[in-house]
Design a protein around this ligand. Structure first.
Ligand code: MN
Length: 476
């Protein structure tokens, strides 16, 4: 969505958005990227990606300003004065994530820990969305960079950012990140596949039109609200299927997909029972994510049926609200709820929801809705911190851990001979409480030994045991 239409839809933020545009243009228009686009055009691209996802104006403005701290001499205080605390904090958060990923060693790029570090430090969920929108725009310009940087950025997108988008339930963004990363990694194959997919879609169009006609005819007597659409494609996922099954495109069964969107949960089930009357369901294909939502709140009924002429078709049934969550993630759900609710302390609500969100992400894994609620109550905050070794590997430790815990986590000998620690290149005491994103360096010497005093502040059972055991072995 371009910024003009976004401003038209959010008129109360008109002057703020325009001020941000002027500010960014003044400070970024002179700087050029390898592609020839200016930094200002990139900033605009990021803001438009956010507008497209229908994010709130503060996120869009933060998108306009996201590179200001990194690329100009302007300080956070300046942004704070002109655009307020929230925007300044989001922009600072985005800058921080960039710092983390640049510390990260190549062998830790695939780690689950970096994804958690990003989510845990973001504090405001909009930081993550600005970062994802930033990455998406960068992928458009990637081909102008040296090959090794292209590969690194594309892989980082597939390993870190697309999975984050997936976990937050923003499937449209996830699919775009994957497709553009893939386009940069394997441009020839990408081109070939997009052409073939489009051809196949054209072929299938008639079949799809037919199915939609049959569906309408049969569902109209139910007299419920109805919206029927075909499912969007994800080129990357098809290429992965080809690799996994070791088959050419022609042999990949790309099942036709149809989505039926309606108004209420009851309508979903009456549509389902009608479908079961008219089509033959494929055995074992039915999944009810309405009764059992996915951890990221995805809800929908999935069923696969046989239709005339031997076609197999996957049908998803969901309400408009479920569809909003599936397309734009939980954030869209909140935004919708909030705008339909008068008054209320908006920013506090938002903070609460962020910790709530973090718990959902942290808690991923089980699937019954009962556990879902229990998980929400107990996992409201991350109980881990994520820190870097000087080599850029990530270690996770319980909240409240100290350099001594870190030392033992790296290696028993390092713990046993630890006599000091530096965090982010500054000396700290051994009692120091590690924070997310700290880079920790342990100073060792042959003559240093664990002290019983350490037992007063270490947090991990591992360090505790090693310190106690070391003492015993010395006595013997
Ligand atoms: Mn950027």
């Amino acid at each position: 969505m371009n910024i003009k239409s976004y401003v038209a839809a959010n008129p109360s933020f008109k002057s703020q958005v325009e001020n941000a545009l002027l500010f960014a243009e003044k400070n970024l228009a002179g700087l050029k990227r390898s592609s020839g686009r200016t930094y200002y055009q990139h900033a605009l691209g990021v803001a438009e990606n956010l507008a497209e996802l229908n994010f709130d104006p503060l996120a869009v403005i933060s998108g306009i300003l996201h590179d200001i701290l990194e690329d100009t001499k302007i300080e956070k205080e300046n942004i704070q004065k002109q655009f307020g605390n929230e925007i300044a904090n989001i922009v600072e958060g985005v800058t921080k994530i960039k710092k983390f990923t640049s510390i990260l060693s190549d062998n830790d790029r695939h780690g689950e820990n970096i994804r958690k570090l990003i989510i845990a430090t973001a504090k405001d969920i909009r930081v993550i969305f600005v970062k994802l929108a930033d990455r998406l725009d960068n992928l458009m310009d990637l081909k102008y960079l040296p090959r090794d940087r292209i590969i690194r950025m594309a892989n980082e997108t597939l390993d870190i950012y697309a999975p984050i988008a997936h976990r937050l339930g923003v499937y449209t963004l996830k699919a775009k990140l994957e497709d553009y990363a893939f386009m940069n990694l394997e441009p020839e194959l990408f081109k070939e596949l997009s052409v073939k997919i489009n051809e196949r879609e054209a072929e299938q169009q008639e079949t799809l039109n037919n199915i939609v006609r049959i569906l309408r005819k049969n569902l109209e007597p139910l007299n419920v609200y109805l919206r029927i659409s075909a499912r969007p494609k994800n080129i990357y996922s098809i290429s992965r299927k080809m690799k996994k099954q070791n088959k050419p495109f022609e042999e990949i069964q790309d099942i036709l997909g149809i989505r039926i969107i309606t108004d209420t949960v009851e309508s979903c089930y009456s549509i389902l029972s009608k479908l079961n009357d008219i089509f033959q369901p494929v055995t074992g294909s039915f999944t009810d994510y309405i009764a059992h939502p996915k951890p990221n709140m995805y809800r929908s009924i999935h069923t696969t049926v046989k239709i005339p002429e031997n076609h197999i078709i996957e049908i998803q049934i969901r309400t408009e609200e479920m569809h909003r969550i599936a397309s734009y993630g939980i954030a869209a759900h909140w935004k919708y709820k909030e705008s339909s609710k008068a008054g209320g302390n908006k920013s506090r609500d938002f903070d609460e929801k962020i910790s709530w969100l973090a718990s959902i992400i942290e808690w991923q894994g089980s699937s019954s809705s009962k556990e879902f609620i229990a998980g929400l109550k107990t996992e409201l905050e991350f109980n881990q911190v994520f820190v870097f070794t000087p080599e850029g590997d990530i270690k996770s430790l319980p909240v409240g851990s100290t350099p001594v815990d870190f030392a033992y986590k790296v290696h028993t000998d390092i713990g046993n001979h630890c006599h000091g620690a530096k965090v982010n290149n500054k000396m700290v005491t051994l009692k120091y409480n590690l924070l997310n994103g700290d880079t920790v360096e342990i100073l060792t010497s042959k003559n240093a030994h664990p002290s019983q005093d350490w037992l007063k502040f270490v947090k991990t059972p591992l360090a505790r045991t090693k310190i106690k055991n070391y003492d015993k072995s010395k006595k013997k």
